[in-house]
Design a protein around this ligand. Structure first.
Ligand code: ZN
Length: 152
């Protein structure tokens, strides 16, 4: 896809930094849960591995290929959930989905109390519906992995 100047807002420094230097990109040797998601539109793929210690996400691995939004969002996501417990992680997922859906941060139930930190750099994506799928791809993979954990 050709990127135009209109998309400049999508490519804030933090997004480009995570795209060029993805965090937690080493596969885990013995993950407790894994999830995968693909976006046929861009050919984006994200795989998430998690390991838990005492109910906290101790190890995160984010691997994949695809457009800058999909890969940067997944990298930022990994940093955001590291060290969190399951309810905290689910709250972050909910808050990020609400952000992408353009819901007011003060809406009830939109996770407005959650500090999304660097993930806020992706806020501009919500104006580009096609790219929202890219941005949420890693989060779909994460939710798959969380279902495995919740079921254990
Ligand atoms: Zn994409």
């Amino acid at each position: 896809m050709r990127e135009t100047e209109d998309l400049d807002e999508l490519y804030r420094d933090v997004v480009l930094d995570h795209y060029r230097s993805p965090r937690n990109s080493e596969p885990l040797e013995s993950p407790d849960a894994e999830g995968e998601a693909i976006n046929p539109f861009c050919g984006d793929e994200v795989r998430v591995q998690l390991s838990l210690v005492d109910g906290l996400i101790d190890g995160v691995s984010i691997t994949g290929v695809g457009c800058s939004i999909s890969q940067a969002s997944a990298s930022l996501m990994g940093e955001a959930v590291k060290g969190k417990n399951l309810p905290e992680t689910l709250a972050i997922v909910k808050a990020f989905r609400a952000l992408m859906q353009g819901r007011s941060r003060s809406d009830d139930d939109a996770g407005g109390e959650i500090d999304l930190g660097e993930l806020m750099a992706l806020e501009g994506v919500k104006r580009y519906p096609v790219r929202i799928k890219c941005s949420l791809l890693g989060w779909n993979a994460l939710e798959d992995a969380l279902k495995v954990i919740a079921a254990v």
